[in-house]
Design a protein around this ligand. Structure first.
Ligand code: F0G
Length: 483
């Protein structure tokens, strides 16, 4: 990759290798309005209206900017139910990108997870994975299975210089298989990169080792490639063995060893939709009947045909390092700005977004008051910035009703790819810094309405005490009439 060096700048800053051609106007409500909007949204950033959000850093899912070529391709979509040219074009690209022969379409990533769980998971089964994702775990447990998280211990240390904190603990994987027996392990799921532990990547070496263990034990290896785009960039830039490989070569070397690959194209490929791909026809045939049942006919699987065209172009663009580096270098910039200021961040910077360690930011706040959720609401008050709680609120209660506290309490500031400018990223850093200096004003949250399943999506909370009003008053004092 060519680096563009600055002549007079004091520091190297990320440089966008694209220009903006379609824009959306943003609004920033006043701090007093922000407190009000937050209350209306039950202190849940999922329930805020986008018109009230200045920087939407909730997710990178389905909100990445598309390229001109993607938009152009959407115009040629063929929406015939059977024998669609769009489907043929997408299948050709999938073969080119993953090197796989067979393809099942699905409307998004969790739909693939539903089909995988439906086909392979039986009651009592254990599915090992480096780390769980919310929807993945929900589908596996719904079928009576359980999840075993086998991430190496560095993965859960907030700060480390380990470049691949998403890696599996291989001896632990071997031990688990021996203990539960290969018959009770329907597949091993490799999440690359990881979502809930700060977008941390896995090395190519580690993933190939997992595939080897699977093969030795006659267990399927399943790659969740939803966040593979950033992970490919990290392998290329951080892993010695990948330095002289092209992104396509890394992709092919990895995919060749996986029995099944699935992904959310809301992330991978800057589009919307999902797919399961494989070179194993038998496995595909086992799952095939569920596609028309749950998703749609085999030519579209619930996806809108225009999205399929965008996906085809987006997947090809994923092989271009200059395109996929934009997310990670902006995230790295944001993480460095905040870390240099003393804000506790998950280190090293990963993919998907910047992650604030809320447990450390709000040291002393008990997990029962949901520090990550509280910090996410405080950040909306401070800057109209919508992040996502990735901590205990995102967990499900234990069957006996007790809390299942998360290993980490994180606020995720997602950086949808090619969406934000550097000045917006600087604004975000500025507001987080102000909040850090005023962290003593931040209090906890308690439930008002708590759903049983995936409670973080719809649940409503309220602040404990009047700390939000006090935070807003301090904002006024410090920023005068600024928005
Ligand atoms: N796997 C991973 C690693 C994910 O991050 C996601 C979604 C899914 C599967 C499910 O895909 O949304 O298309 O059904 N992550 C989104 C997020 C929701 O905001 O992190 P989906």
């Amino acid at each position: 990759m060519a680096t563009v060096k600055f002549y007079k700048s004091e520091e190297q800053v990320p440089l966008e290798m694209h220009k903006v051609r379609v824009v959306q106007k943003l609004y920033l409500p006043t701090v007093e309005e922000r407190v009000k909007k937050l209350a209306e949204a039950g202190n849940n950033t999922f329930l805020l209206q986008n018109r009230d959000v200045f920087m939407d850093m909730l997710t990178d899912s389905g909100v990445n900017a598309m390229s001109d070529n993607q938009v152009a391709a959407m115009m040629q979509a063929d929406d015939s139910y059977a024998g669609s040219e769009t489907c043929n074009r997408l299948m050709k690209v999938i073969k080119e990108v993953f090197g796989t022969e067979y393809f099942l379409p699905a409307h998004q990533g969790r739909a693939c997870e539903n089909i995988l769980a439906e086909t392979f998971v039986k009651p009592g089964d254990v599915v090992p994975m480096n780390f769980h994702f919310t929807t993945t775990k929900a589908h596996i447990t719904r079928k009576g299975g359980s999840v075993a998280e086998l991430i190496r211990h560095e993965g859960l240390l907030p700060q480390s210089d380990n470049p691949f904190k998403g890696n599996f603990d291989i001896p632990a994987l071997e031990k688990l298989i021996e203990e539960v027996g290969a018959d009770h392990v329907p597949f091993v799921r490799i999440e690359a990169g990881t979502n809930l532990v700060g977008g941390q990547p896995l090395s190519l070496e580690n993933m190939l080792q997992v595939a080897e263990v699977c093969k030795k034990n006659g267990i399927l290896s399943v790659l969740d490639a939803s966040l593979l785009q950033d992970n490919l960039y990290f392998m290329k830039t951080r892993e010695e063995a990948c330095k002289n490989m092209t992104i396509k070569e890394i992709m092919r070397t990895l995919c060749e060893k996986m029995d099944l690959i699935y992904f959310s194209s809301r992330k991978l490929g800057f589009a919307r939709g999902g797919a399961i791909v494989s070179n194993n026809e038998k496995l595909i045939l086992k799952m095939k009947e569920y596609i028309p049942l749950y998703e749609g006919f085999l030519t579209y699987g619930g996806m809108e045909v225009r999205s399929m065209e965008a996906m085809a172009v987006g997947l090809l663009e994923t092989l271009d390092e200059e395109i996929i580096n934009q997310g990670p270098i902006f995230i790295e910039y944001l993480v460095k700005e905040l870390n240099d200021y003393g804000v506790p961040m998950i280190l090293p910077a990963g993919g998907l977004g910047a992650h604030i360690n809320a447990m450390e930011f709000l040291k002393g706040m008990p997990q029962s008051q949901y520090p990550a959720g509280a910090l996410a609401t405080a950040l909306y008050i401070a800057g109209g910035i919508r992040g996502m709680e990735r901590g205990s609120l995102s967990e499900q209660r234990n069957p006996d009703g007790s809390e299942n506290y998360a290993e980490m309490e994180l606020v995720r500031l997602a950086c949808p790819r090619r969406v934000f400018t550097l000045s917006q990223i600087k604004y975000c850093a500025d507001r987080v810094k102000w909040l850090y200096d005023n962290r003593h004003l931040i209090g906890g949250l308690k439930w008002v309405e708590e759903p049983d399943v995936l409670r973080f999506f719809f649940g409503k909370l309220t602040p404990i005490g009047d700390w939000q009003e006090k935070l807003a008053a301090k904002f006024r004092e410090d920023f005068g009439d600024s928005l």
